[in-house]
Design a protein around this ligand. Structure first.
Ligand code: 13P
Ligand code: SF4
Length: 364
């Protein structure tokens, strides 16, 4: 058997040649492989996805797919979820292993366990706190939730998941994204003063015992560096010029931006709302640049004007790591009988993480 094809043979291929070779490798694999693409992927990669979507839609696809190989054009936690939810004989692949998520990296098992232990000194955590992890987190944090009667959420089902959580226990520990937690909790009627922020670099999260006792939601102090670029003044300035603008934001944007938005939704929801809107409308969108640029292009024919909210162009640099060269490399290796860049979650961790993911899929 020949050795796997090395990545350095692909580094200098031009995108057009990659596109032809990707199509040829997919044809040769003849249905044995499915390519899933997140909406933030760049065009040169996105065009090769068999199915594209937000995190929830792609998790469901991974769970239902019959393909032998699931090639995930997204980031690491998404390929982990594909591995956990697929059957044992299926193989999840991430074209570039360096495609992580900086927000997911803001929480880790040791710090979350420390938080849990510190909370346990003040409140009865096992009976009064549901741990909820945003899907943008490592598999061991999903396993932590599975182990402690918790659940996973995505940006499209966060409200349903919080309802599920509050039906079981009176408080929620939400990680790693404070903004998704706060924006969702507020829309469910939880006052801001009952949502406290756990600063993972301070003893007891920087909170007093009373704050912890009074809190309904304890929000991990994580955030997305891409969505952090969106600020409320950008909305004010834009609307001063174009008062007819409709504003739509991803819930990873900060509270002040979401408060000034007409709509808040996941990537899939943003696309749906703008696509289905009246023709000749103007939109200001707070989410990643690749999605916004494609949406602007696509809806131009309907007279829609779609604008990116931030003044500087901010894309997700880790989503951007997946390029046509890496995609070509993994697919040609599969066609030649070699699996490269497999993402495999250890069995025990995967079983616990699956509990939390299954809770999510059933509740949403
Ligand atoms: P969606 O689930 O809305 O696609 O969000 C994923 C993500 O990482 C947004 O930054
Ligand atoms: Fe992570 Fe933000 Fe990139 Fe989404 S946009 S994958 S949350 S870094």
């Amino acid at each position: 058997m020949t050795a796997a094809l090395p990545i350095h043979d692909y580094a200098l291929l031009d995108d057009a040649e990659c596109a032809e070779r990707i199509a040829a490798a997919k044809a040769q694999l003849n249905g044995r492989c499915i390519v899933l693409g997140h909406h933030y992927q760049r065009d040169e990669v996105f065009q090769h996805a068999d199915i594209y979507g937000d995190s929830l839609k792609l998790s469901r696809e991974a769970a239902q797919s019959a393909a032998e190989f699931i090639v995930f054009c997204g980031v690491h936690f998404m390929a982990e979820v594909a591995d956990i939810l697929s059957r044992p004989e299926q193989i999840a692949i991430l074209p570039d292993m360096a495609a992580g998520c900086s927000m997911a990296d803001m929480a880790n098992k040791i710090k979350v366990q420390q938080c849990w232990d510190e909370l346990a000194k003040i409140i009865d955590v096992e009976n009064s706190v549901t741990p909820v992890t945003y899907i943008n987190s490592a598999a061991d944090l999903k396993a932590f939730c599975g182990q402690h009667g918790g659940i996973v959420c995505t940006s499209s089902n966060a409200q349903k998941i919080l309802n599920w959580s509050f039906e079981r226990r009176e408080k929620v520990l939400f990680f790693p994204d404070q903004h998704l937690g706060r924006n969702t909790g507020y829309r469910m009627g939880i006052p801001l003063e009952h949502m406290v922020t756990w600063d993972f670099n301070k003893p007891q999260g920087g909170l007093t015992e009373q704050q912890i006792r009074d809190a309904k939601m304890i929000l991990w102090k994580g955030y997305c560096s891409v969505h952090q670029a969106f600020q409320p003044e950008q909305i004010d300035n834009f609307k001063a010029k174009y008062p007819e603008t409709i504003v739509i934001s991803h819930p990873e944007a900060c509270f002040e931006v979401c408060e000034k938005s007409d709509y808040i939704g996941s990537t899939e929801m943003i696309l749906k709302i703008v696509r289905e809107a009246e023709p000749n409308t103007r939109w200001l969108v707070a989410t990643e640049l690749n999605l916004v640029s494609r949406l602007a292009q696509e809806t131009k024919a309907q007279g829609k004007q779609v604008h990116f909210m931030a003044p500087t162009l901010s894309m997700c640099s880790t989503m951007f790591r997946t390029d046509p060269q890496h995609l070509c490399w993994v697919l040609e290796n599969l066609a030649a009988g070699h699996v490269v860049n497999r993402v495999s979650v250890p069995a025990e961790e995967a079983a616990l993480a699956k509990l939390a993911l299954d809770n999510m899929l059933l509740a949403s």
